[in-house]
Design a binder for this molecule. Structure first.
Ligand code: AMP
Length: 421
């Protein structure tokens, strides 16, 4: 016997029972982006591996361990995109979109990371993201945060908190890096294996460590916030002032460094209390060096991305669920001439109704059962007798209306009337 094939580990089917929640999230997000002047952009799922090594950073977990990289048949090294920012910058550069009047973009789509799958962490997952180019001010960082806060509000999501931090400029970071190397290097004996490796390559990432034995040491580490240059401090203070003015509450988390190398100044994360271990719902920040790193002229940029699986899980946890779509009517047909049922269904759809048409030769009772289960308000009945007399039966399925027989010509008007109620 042939064995049955399964989906790839960490890559999930999205089944019809969940799709309503996903579509609701997508629709609300799409509306909010439109209301803020963000243009949608769609990039390929596959890019050259080099794009991610140059942007995310060769010494990050994502590029080192998690990328689906492969050689294609012509020998090019390609990768499934692990995130959207690099591809968005690449596309905007390639098509000359960076310096026009429309600096705000959004996108959605699947991302791929070879991580250990667990609840809330998958190898294919969906992100909704936004990127804004050419605006150096903290105001646009704040706009992105306000936009996400609005998204949670409009979706009905509660139980999320905002954490913010600043990573300063590359110069600030260089000074800080030396402080960290001196500090952690002085306690080398207390470092776990991961942190020892990071000490050489990317000491800021030690702050990100979740290892319990590292926490006390990290708590005592120097803070970048304490040694920021004046301009960086002013950027961060302005962001905080805007959030205060807009009554968005936040916590300053000086250990928030985020996994990607390209951030500067603002970084933020929305954390969901319903999410368990994988509690980051949305991450973002400023990445002023990236455009130049990818071959463009220096250009400030800032963005975020939301994990849609986690957002849908959070919405379900707070009891917000989209109603599943039900048809207005169900066409039952028993021994009617060929095509009668489908033509009646087409006329009803032309009038704006959602219709399911029975398409097999099941008996009358079982078709009526299907009609009932479909959630339709009304069953339209085409039988041998109705067809012979130029009539149709109409049976309300909800409430207590009586079945009636009307002239075929009155079908649409009658169903419309009944399905409104
Ligand atoms: P990042 O690109 O790592 O900043 O991730 C942005 C958001 O995407 C996170 O806050 C998560 O909500 C989501 N996310 C990241 N990695 C995964 C994953 N492996 N599975 C599911 N969601 C993820």
């Amino acid at each position: 016997m042939n064995s049955r094939l399964q989906a790839v580990r960490g890559m999930n089917d999205l089944l019809p029972e969940a799709i309503g929640d996903w579509q609701r999230v997508e629709a609300v997000a799409r509306g909010i982006f439109a209301d803020h002047g963000y243009a949608e952009i769609r990039m390929p799922l596959v890019e050259r591996s080099e794009l991610f090594a140059r942007s995310i950073g060769a010494a990050t977990d994502i590029v080192e361990k998690e990328m689906y990289a492969f050689q294609d048949r012509s020998g090019d090294m390609l990768a499934l995109r692990p995130e959207g920012t690099a591809g968005c910058v690449r596309a905007a550069l390639q098509h000359g979109l960076l310096h026009n009047q429309q600096p705000r973009f959004w996108y959605q789509g699947p991302m791929f990371r070879y991580e250990r799958p667990q609840k809330g962490r998958y190898r294919q997952f969906q992100q909704i993201g936004a990127e804004c180019f050419g605006i150096p001010d903290a105001d646009i960082d704040a706009e992105l945060i306000l936009l996400t806060a609005r998204l949670w509000r409009e979706l009905g999501l509660s139980g999320v908190t905002l954490e913010i931090n600043t990573l300063g400029t590359p110069d600030d970071r260089q000074v800080y890096r030396e402080q960290l190397v001196a500090y952690f290097g002085g306690h080398r004996g207390l470092l776990d294996e991961d942190s020892k490796r990071r000490l050489e390559q990317n000491p800021l990432r030690i702050l990100d460590s979740k290892a319990p034995e590292m926490q006390a040491l990290i708590d005592e580490a120097p803070r970048l916030l304490d040694s920021l240059g004046g301009a960086s401090r002013a950027h961060f203070d302005r962001l905080c002032a805007i959030l205060d003015r807009a009554a968005v509450s936040y916590e300053i988390n000086t250990r928030l460094v985020r996994g990607l190398d390209y951030y500067t100044h603002t970084v933020f994360e929305w954390v969901g209390e319903h999410l368990g271990a994988q509690n980051a719902l949305c991450g973002g920040g400023r990445y002023d060096g990236l455009v130049e790193q990818l071959g463009g002229k220096p250009l400030p940029a800032t963005g975020f991305s939301i994990g849609v699986e986690r957002l849908v899980d959070s919405l379900r946890a707070v009891g917000v669920s989209a109603a599943s779509a039900t048809p207005d009517c169900f066409v039952v047909s028993v021994a009617a001439p060929a095509g009668e049922a489908l033509v009646a269904a087409e006329e009803l759809r032309d009038a704006g109704l959602a219709v399911i048409c029975n398409c097999d030769a099941a008996g009358f009772k079982s078709q009526l059962r299907r009609a009932d289960r479909s959630g339709a308000r009304v069953a339209v009945i085409l039988g041998e007798q109705e067809s012979a007399t130029g009539q149709v039966g109409i049976k309300p399925l909800r409430g207590d209306g009586e079945q009636q027989t009307v002239a075929r010509a009155d079908l649409v008007a009658t169903v419309k009337q009944l399905s409104k109620g």
